[in-house]
Design a protein. Structure first.
Length: 408
């Protein structure tokens, strides 16, 4: 079926519109484009009023027009004054631009898009002024972006899947002003992998109280939102987190993320030694089974780098009970658990946005930005990782009916 072409404007009509005007100024604030927008908006509003009056009956049957009111509205190209029709009974509520709304549809979306890209409210004010010649206040930008908080609350309370084969739990540090001081707070993120390999952000939490109670609250919240089982929980080595997970999801296998352990290990080393230490640690996480891995860890501890950086071996030993499950998985599952490309890429975007902002005035301001970044990132996800086809078959063998429930 052939696609219909959009109706074109005839040259004669364009000539009429441009008559007596400098074509170069057509796109300037207050130029031809804004004049056309105003004319079309006013015609649409008058058509809405005609429809409103024609559809009234009963007590409103005698309603009629009652002149015009003047509204100054902001668009993505400038500001202009609209003549908005009024009716005698004051029952007309236009759909094109609602009562008490002074921004055209599309303006808020552009502001939110700029905010999601890490721009501060004052930077957006400057951007709108430079690009469109429109003066807006920082308070207006804050009001526009604050509307996102309702969306965040609804998103954070939405129902989740009953079973997730994998859930990655990770955290990043964010500077937030709290009671007059700028504090480092942890923002925790849960990324779930569904049975078909697709990804879903399950939640975002700002840590208020360090420790087991906080982790338990996250797990309980997920259960209350419909999660009945997590097959494999990949965590970043936080103390008390594994215990909180199994207290709510007792059958879950808790696995310390190998990438987190490596990153933590390299924090102990000088910059010039990092490549050599990382290469030496490969023998541990590439071992064929847990026994071979422990021998490799012992060899590392007794070797040059283990003796120089004793804290590395100790950190692996402390997390060993959560490292061991890794060696029971086939190569395809190991690759997914080890690389964690999805959450690493996500964290990179979040960290860029956080760095651009410096610090946040409140927890809500941090949540607002991080939610918008996550939302934009989720829209880019298209398909499951290549390894998932093989990993799925392995999950079916390893977890049996529990994985079959996730497929239902």
């Amino acid at each position: 079926m052939a696609r219909r072409k959009a109706p074109s404007i005839r040259d004669g009509v364009l000539d009429q519109l441009l008559a007596g005007a400098d074509p170069k100024t057509a796109f300037d604030p207050g130029g031809l484009l804004d004049s056309l927008k105003r004319a079309l908006a006013e015609r649409a509003l008058n058509a809405e009023m005609d429809h409103h009056l024609a559809g009234q009956d009963g007590a409103d049957a005698g309603n009629s027009r009652n002149g015009y009111g003047k509204w100054t509205v902001t668009t993505d190209t400038g500001t202009f004054e609209l003549a908005v029709p009024r009716d005698r009974h004051a029952t007309f509520d236009p759909q094109l631009i609602a009562k008490y709304q002074r921004r055209f549809p599309g303006f808020d979306e552009k502001v939110i898009s700029l905010y999601a890209r890490g721009m501060s409210t004052r930077e957006i004010v400057g951007h709108v002024r430079d690009l469109y010649g429109v003066e807006v206040s920082p308070d207006l930008i804050s009001a526009v972006t604050d509307a996102v908080l309702e969306e965040v609350a609804a998103w954070q309370a939405r129902p989740l899947e009953p079973v997730y084969p994998i859930v990655f739990f990770d955290a990043l540090r964010v500077k937030i002003r709290d009671k007059g001081f700028v504090r480092n707070k942890a923002v925790h993120l849960a990324l779930g992998v569904r049975a078909d390999g697709s990804k879903e952000i399950l939640g975002l939490w700002i840590e208020t109280n360090e420790g087991a109670k906080f982790w338990l609250r996250i797990m309980t919240e997920m259960k209350n939102r419909g999660v009945e089982d997590i097959l494999l929980a990949v965590v970043d080595g936080l103390k008390g987190f594994p215990e909180a997970i199994v207290s709510v999801f007792p059958e879950a296998t808790v696995q310390t993320g190998i990438v987190h352990l490596l990153r933590h290990s390299l924090d102990f080393t000088s910059y010039k030694d990092r490549k050599s230490v990382a290469a030496a640690l490969k023998a541990i996480y590439q071992a064929t089974d847990a026994t071979a891995a422990e021998k490799a860890l012992t060899a590392f501890e007794e070797g040059e780098w283990g003796r120089k950086y004793g804290a590395i071996g100790q950190s692996w030993r402390r997390a060993w009970s959560e490292v061991i499950p890794f060696y029971a998985f086939p190569a395809d599952v190991r690759r997914i658990v080890y690389t964690t490309n999805a959450i690493e890429a996500l964290n990179a975007k979040l960290r860029r946005a956080v760095r651009a902002r410096g610090h946040f005035p409140s927890d809500e301001a941090a949540l607002k930005l991080l939610f918008l970044v996550l939302n934009r990132s989720a829209k880019e996800w298209r398909m499951a990782p290549r390894e998932w086809a093989m990993a799925k078959a392995q999950f079916a063998i390893l977890f049996g009916e529990r994985f079959t429930r996730a497929m239902a």
